[in-house]
Design a binder for this molecule. Structure first.
Ligand code: AMP
Ligand code: MN
Length: 266
């Protein structure tokens, strides 16, 4: 419902076909896909966890905090997510203007064609438009050249605070997880401060195995989980069959000595 290309039902079918036994749908900043995902998972006999991946601004950069096992109908959480989504349209118009200045025409209108939910236009939609128009060979290249943090069409956003995101997740009965830490551009000191603050806020988990990590990073963030006493999670970061580095159900297992975030669910 945010920036994946398959419907929630099709993601459920794909996960199940690949042998997944416990699956969470974690769209960016929106829970609207959860009812359909849950119903399809149930029909297939696959365990289901309601989730969301919340955009946070921490120390000038974007961090994603995943909420797992949340009550998807919780008013406070949904109100918070609505606020987080609210600046996306204006930001997308500005991205469009900057791309225009770089000679990429009509990208705002072009990106909208790829959007499944008008309230949620993301950089990924621009990236797909630019790939299909032949500006870049893949989504990765679009982020390097146009949309990534240090690129000319990058428009900084003030998302939610770390405290807000963790707070909404906890109010809705869920556990908070730092998503794909290997993707953030922080110094070692900043990383320590992030992990400490997250732990002080009651944050529970960290993604160790994800489609966005290298095997070296699996080891690195397993150590972080041990040092900070975090529960460990894994996430495919699956958006599309064409874009995925690792398919659903194809991630390596968590190290044996770590406690999975789902250890006491079901
Ligand atoms: P947005 O929330 O609009 O800023 O878009 C965030 C999404 O863009 C992420 O969830 C990723 O799927 C995608 N993304 C961000 N950085 C990259 C990158 N370097 N390469 C590929 N995709 C990226
Ligand atoms: Mn995404």
């Amino acid at each position: 419902m945010s920036d994946g290309v398959l419907t929630p039902e099709d993601v459920a079918r794909r996960a199940h076909a690949n042998g997944v036994r416990l699956w969470a749908l974690t769209d960016h900043d929106i829970l609207d896909g959860v009812p359909a995902a849950r119903a399809q998972a149930r029909a297939l006999g696959m365990g289901f966890v309601a989730g969301v991946e919340i955009s946070v601004t921490w120390s000038g950069h974007t961090v994603h905090i995943v909420g797992l096992n949340v009550d998807d109908g919780h008013a406070g959480l949904n109100e918070g997510l609505r606020a987080v989504r609210s600046g996306r349209t204006e930001r997308a118009r500005e991205i469009g203007r900057r791309l225009d200045a770089m000679g990429v025409n009509n990208s705002y209108e072009g990106a909208l064609v790829y959007v499944s939910n008008p309230a949620l236009i993301s950089r990924t939609h621009f990236a797909r438009y630019l790939v299909d128009q032949g500006y870049c060979k893949n989504v990765q290249a679009v982020f390097s050249r146009y949309l990534g943090e240090n690129s000319p069409a990058y428009v900084p956003m003030q998302w939610s605070s770390l405290a807000q995101a963790v707070g909404w997740i906890h109010e809705a009965g869920g556990r908070a997880v730092i998503a794909h830490p290997g993707r953030y551009d922080y110094t070692p000191l900043q990383f320590d401060a992030l992990f400490e603050q997250f732990r002080d806020l009651g944050g529970e988990g960290i993604e160790v195995i994800t489609g966005s990590h290298t095997p070296d990073q699996y080891r690195q963030y397993a150590d972080v989980a041990r040092r900070y006493g975090f529960l460990a999670s894994c996430g495919s970061d699956f958006h599309s069959p064409k874009e995925a580095r690792l398919d659903l159900g194809r991630l390596p297992s968590l190290p044996d000595d770590l406690t999975p975030i789902w250890h006491d669910w079901q």
